[in-house]
Design a protein around this ligand. Sequence first.
Ligand SMILES: [Zn+2]
Length: 97
Amino acid sequence: MTARRPRLIRLIRRPDGNGVGVFSITQDCRTQYYVFKEIPCAIGGRAFAVHRIGLANVYHVRVGAPKESSCECLGFLRHGRCKHVQGLAALIGHGML
Ligand SMILES: [Zn+2]
């Protein structure tokens, strides 16, 4: 059993004039692409609507201090963390968003 490979997040397209951008998350040789758009957030942190290309699901992701972070995906509901929050936090941490 080998350890899981590190997850890689890439900003594919910076947010355009409408605030819509694209990032990808690569793990275990699979890459998934997400369209995202920052949305207003009055309760702390930064909020994004994230839509995985090819699927109908839209997740509302909030990124900030731990208590300001949330996501609507199953992973976050189960474990309190997920690749969407971690990925966007990484892009923000690198000053890319
Ligand atoms: Zn999530």
